[in-house]
Ligand binder design. Sequence first.
Ligand SMILES: C[S@@+](CC[C@H](N)C(=O)[O-])C[C@H]1O[C@@H](n2cnc3c(N)ncnc32)[C@H](O)[C@@H]1O
Length: 231
Amino acid sequence: MESFKLDRNLAHLAILQRIELTTPFQKRTRKLFGRYLFSKIFSKYMLDLDKISKDYYKIMYHEYLTIKKFMNSNQNILSIGAGIGGLEAIINNSFEDEKFTFIERDFVSKKIRYGWDNENSEAYNKLYLLRNFLLLNQVSSDKFTIVNFDKKDLPKDYFNIIISLYSLDFHYNFEIYKNYLCSVSDNKTTIIFDTIRPDFFKEIFEYVDIIKEDNETLHKSKRIACRKFKK
Ligand SMILES: C[S@@+](CC[C@H](N)C(=O)[O-])C[C@H]1O[C@@H](n2cnc3c(N)ncnc32)[C@H](O)[C@@H]1O
């Protein structure tokens, strides 16, 4: 598989979740016509489906390489803010018997801003489309569960690995999930996410490793792999 299977609705969400998939033309339309028309019209109806399918795969495969060393077969994986789930589809095709739990949101903000949002009021996903993407890309329905963050009924399970790329502590405060993550992990669980304040997490976890640096992007974030909550 060197390309994902996407329909127009999925490609639309992929563009909203991964701004690097936006063409220069779409960027110009966003400047000229504003965020609302970009989010609703230009990012959906002016896209090259074949190109987005290949480029989204390339991006997610690159992300997969940054976390591959933490993966094993038979893991219970929690994905927070996975978007349409490209990373998880690649993990599923690379390892045996993984189980995925997705915590995501079920709406697309009218005007997407892509910044830090203390209120955590922004989202760009639809849960039925996340499900469609996984099924279309060979993740069978017995391998995954999708949970709506806003229903406030998060799964009380134990996870070997927790992944949140460009979501937790990138767009909204880690504090929102801190107690929950503490309750579904143990000292062996690895928690991976992107942040602009890696040093802050040395107060929270015993082990914090920087596994990727994004110096080119506006936010200059670091991807960290953390273990063992401090008491
Ligand atoms: C920038 S996208 C990143 C998507 C994906 N991780 C990727 O790397 O392509 C951020 C995602 O976080 C989701 N999100 C926002 N608030 C959330 C929350 N409280 N819990 C879980 N997901 C959330 C959004 O809906 C969106 O899909």
